[in-house]
Write a protein that binds this ligand. Structure first.
Ligand SMILES: [Cu+2]
Length: 155
């Protein structure tokens, strides 16, 4: 083959390798080997990684939240709606105050971990709600306003 053909074939191989790498990366679903979801705080940023998760409607979800911060407390709270609901939960959490900042028995909350100390880890189980898009947030004061939120897509 001439050099132009060799270049073209080489390009195909590179494209194929990139495709395989992209597919093998675990994607944004945060899945782990046990079939559950894992989500972490993103270092010292007020952010989750991944910031988007997905589950099947009505499924039993096992979610592990890891607080990777060395200095800040964080939790993971799934609300029954979008940003408007998240905002209401965040305000209710302020009224509840420390140490947990999670309103008990609040119909706007689908699932929540305890407030985790730096380096902490917790696993919760809950039943996925009906199909839709749901916001999750950290209810530690000012963290949601600082951008610590994400979305759970239920299919
Ligand atoms: Cu937080």
């Amino acid at each position: 083959m001439n050099s132009r053909t060799r270049l073209w074939v080489g390009g195909l191989l590179v494209a194929g390798a990139l495709l395989i790498a992209a597919c093998g990366g675990g994607g944004s679903s945060g899945g782990d080997s046990s079939g559950g979801l894992t989500v972490s705080s993103d270092g010292e940023n007020l952010a989750y990684k991944p910031a988007s998760l997905s589950v099947a409607a009505g499924s039993s979800v096992s979610l592990t939240f890891v607080n990777e911060s060395a200095a800040q407390q964080h939790n993971w709270v799934l609300v029954a709606g979008g940003d408007d609901v998240a905002m209401a939960v965040d305000e209710a959490a302020l009224d509840v105050g420390p140490p947990n900042y999670v309103p008990q028995g609040d119909a706007n909350i689908v699932a929540a971990t305890d407030m985790l100390a730096p380096g902490g880890k917790a696993t919760i189980t809950f039943t996925a709600p009906a199909a839709g898009t749901y916001v999750f947030l950290c209810t530690y004061p000012a963290h949601y306003a600082g951008g610590m939120k994400g979305t759970l897509t239920v299919n």
